[in-house]
Write a protein that binds this ligand. Structure first.
Ligand SMILES: [Zn+2]
Ligand SMILES: [Zn+2]
Length: 302
């Protein structure tokens, strides 16, 4: 992809973030924290030359319901290093209260005290054993490390998703979990024709799913689910399952002209996350901004 395309992708998502900021000024702080990651993810996807070696994928096993993440070969160390650099930069820009931690992390990686593969591979592949934290990691704030691992994993998974785009489009998939990374969706979209699209924010993949079933427990009992909404904003709802106690924020959107950035769509619905978690429901999938913990917030806000 050319530099122009990178600019175009970044400009487009920046405009979507700006539109959300205008529409919902109360999201200012959360947008400040997470938009660097969202923009960096666009940059990452616009530079596929960073990923010279796509993962192995077996179409037949995929057709049998086995997500691609369980079929992979080893990933190149250089790729982990690139993902680690993107993750450090995302935290550095969005979370200024972790500035010492990002400096320490960058130094550890540059001097070889820690390797990106050692810190990140176990976050993506279960079979990859954690190589134990090098001593300096233990001195870092847990919130900074959690963001680093979470962002690093998302860069890797969304890259793999892009590399396997045509295979994923070809396969018919009716499960509630993601065919690439196996995660449950974090947000859903109801399109112009009333069809439900589930969106995995770990890897950014989306796929159509039965409107009445729960992606979490896959029941098809219409009595066991309800639609939750606030006041008259009926374009922004949540699917709530009384069987497994989980919810899925859902936005009605026209997909005819363009595909929106789903990270931005999800951020625009976090008021539903807050309300439903207060009511005791669990998110379908624990992302970063829908379960923000105290350790990620600046100390003075705790
Ligand atoms: Zn996924
Ligand atoms: Zn359920």
């Amino acid at each position: 992809m050319t530099v122009d395309n990178t600019h175009e992708a970044v400009d487009r998502v920046t405009a979507e973030i700006e539109a959300l900021r205008q529409a919902k000024p109360q999201l200012e702080e959360v947008l400040k924290a997470f938009s660097p990651f969202i923009i960096m993810r666009q940059r990452w996807l616009a530079t596929p030359e960073l990923r010279r070696q796509p993962w192995f994928a077996d179409e037949l096993r995929l057709a049998g319901g086995i997500p691609l993440i369980k079929q992979r070969d080893a990933v190149d160390d250089l790729l982990w290093e690139a993902a680690a650099r993107f993750a450090v930069s995302s935290i550095h820009q969005g979370f200024p209260w972790f500035v010492e931690d990002t400096a320490k992390l960058a130094e550890m990686l540059a001097t070889g005290q820690a390797t990106a593969t050692g810190l990140l591979a176990g976050q993506v592949f279960e079979s990859e054993s954690e190589s134990g934290n090098p001593a300096p990691v233990d001195q870092m704030q847990p919130g900074a490390m959690r963001l680093f691992r979470n962002f690093g994993r998302r860069f890797m998974l969304s890259g793999a998703r892009q590399d396997h785009e045509s295979l994923l489009q070809r396969c018919s998939w009716s499960k509630g979990y993601c065919p690439l990374c196996g995660a449950l969706p974090q947000v859903a979209v109801l399109d112009d024709q009333g069809r439900k699209l589930l969106v995995c924010l770990e890897c950014s993949h989306s796929w159509y799913f039965s409107r009445l079933s729960c992606p979490g427990c896959e029941h098809e009992d219409a009595q066991a689910s309800t639609v939750f909404f606030v006041d008259d904003t009926k374009d922004e709802t949540a699917f709530v399952c009384s069987q497994c106690g989980r919810y899925l924020p859902t936005k009605r959107l026209s997909l005819a002209l363009k595909q929106p950035n789903y990270d931005v769509v999800s951020l625009g619905l976090i008021h539903l996350d807050m309300i439903l978690q207060e009511k005791g429901f669990l998110p379908m999938s624990e992302g970063i901004w829908n379960v923000l913990t105290a350790s990620e917030e600046p100390a003075e806000q705790r």
